[in-house]
Design a binder for this molecule. Structure first.
Ligand SMILES: Cc1ncc(COP(=O)(O)O)c(C=O)c1O
Length: 387
């Protein structure tokens, strides 16, 4: 399977201390994840479980959008599907790159699209971590890279969030001053909390040369300051960063699989690592048409913020004020009892909240924010549970 790895990448991996056996495992991760039993995207894995047991239930466990692709995206995607006997009927992927470039004001050769952003995170770890260059992340945070780090056996540091739920960037650097990747999720999953830009910039300016600050902006649209809350100016400034984005959230395309990264061309090349996969033509066309659907994006943002505020207000009234201030489509609650137990209790009420998987916070559960009816159903179930 190592034939999948470009020769120069093979040399790079070997020089970074990977054994031939680890290289093989790494190649398996991208080419045969199903065969290895490894599902890298935990939200996706949970959503699949939900699908199996969750027919007819209120599904607010996987941080998905409550609704599907936007109308202009659906139209473009359908038109592309009709012509998908061709590998590239109308330059769909190139057109998507062009649109991202315009919207983000980032040169096209600094952008790469992939089928979802989970794979981008995995590739970044393989490209910049190694048995000697570790991985540093917050605790709790999005757990996909944890699984990758364990799989490739890179040393991992988990640094608790600050008492107000920011990434503790100074402690992250201190935890491993010679790491390969520092991972910042902004807004964070599962807390929805933000780390101020100045602190991210501090990390970028103080990390060791050659290391990458991986800034995961999956939830950026749900913040009131969007589009001014991105760190993409750091790419423009030539810093050693990777910005990861996904179409799985506000664009309602989680199952369609599309994401992109922004970084320097050198970094892009390193992240490509293996023969690259790209989104399907209908997906690329759908993403392209959705990216500029500003009024729909803003309508969804408002809907989310209203439903989030309504849910926070209800929970606070019932004595379960959510943890921190969420700027994403999720909130966290300390149930003061095992989170698994609460997930089961909600399930019995027909509501699927996240499966608890943040070991440092065993009594805390995560609730994704859905549409008004879904959040009312959640509040009703809570009322019954607390009665
Ligand atoms: C923070 C974060 N990053 C990345 C992803 C991966 O998203 P996808 O692979 O669907 O693009 C998720 C999924 O929920 C996430 O929460």
């Amino acid at each position: 399977m190592t034939h999948l790895i470009h020769e120069e990448v093979k040399d790079d991996l070997l020089s970074r201390g990977y054994s031939r056996r680890q290289m093989l495992r790494t190649a398996m991760m991208f080419s045969g994840a199903a065969a290895t039993g490894l599902t890298m995207n935990t939200e996706l894995a949970f959503a699949a479980d939900e699908e199996a047991g969750g027919k007819g239930m209120v599904r607010i466990g996987s941080n998905e959008c409550w609704t599907g692709p936007m109308e202009p995206g659906l139209k473009a995607g359908q038109a592309a599907l009709v012509n998908s006997n061709r590998y590239s009927p109308n330059n769909e992927v190139a057109n998507l790159l062009k649109t991202i470039s315009t919207v983000e004001n980032i040169p096209e050769d600094h952008i790469a699209v992939y089928p979802g952003s989970g794979g981008i995170l995995a590739r970044t770890l393989v490209a910049f971590c190694s048995p000697t260059k570790g991985f540093v992340q917050a605790d709790p945070t999005y757990d996909n890279p944890t699984r990758v780090a364990k799989f490739i056996k890179t040393p991992m540091s988990n640094v608790p969030l600050t008492s107000d739920y920011r990434h503790d960037v100074k402690a992250m650097l201190a935890a491993n001053p010679n790491a390969g990747v520092y991972y910042v999720v902004n807004p964070n999953n599962p807390t929805g909390t933000m780390t101020p830009m100045a602190e991210i910039e501090w990390l970028v300016n103080n990390k060791p040369a050659g290391a990458i600050v991986l800034i995961d902006e999956a939830y950026i649209h749900w913040h009131k300051d969007f589009p001014n809350n991105t760190a993409n100016h750091l790419v423009r400034a030539g810093k050693e960063v990777i910005i990861a984005r996904t179409f799985s959230k506000v664009f309602g395309m989680a199952g369609a699989r599309c994401g992109f990264l922004m970084a320097s061309p050198e970094v892009l090349k390193k992240v490509a690592i293996f023969e690259t996969d790209r989104p399907s033509i209908p997906t690329a066309a759908c993403a392209n048409a959705s990216l500029t659907a500003t009024s729909i994006i803003n309508a969804r943002r408002k809907e989310l913020m209203d439903n989030r505020a309504m849910t926070v207000e209800y929970l606070t009234k019932r004595g379960f004020k959510p943890i921190g201030e969420s700027h994403a489509n999720m909130i966290m609650v300390d149930w003061k009892k095992p989170a698994q137990q609460m997930q089961d209790i909600y399930k019995a009420q027909g509501v699927l909240i996240a499966n608890p998987r943040w070991p440092s916070w065993p009594t805390v559960g995560r609730i994704s924010i859905g549409n008004k009816a879904e959040m009312e159903a959640f509040c009703n179930a809570t009322g019954k549970i607390l009665a």
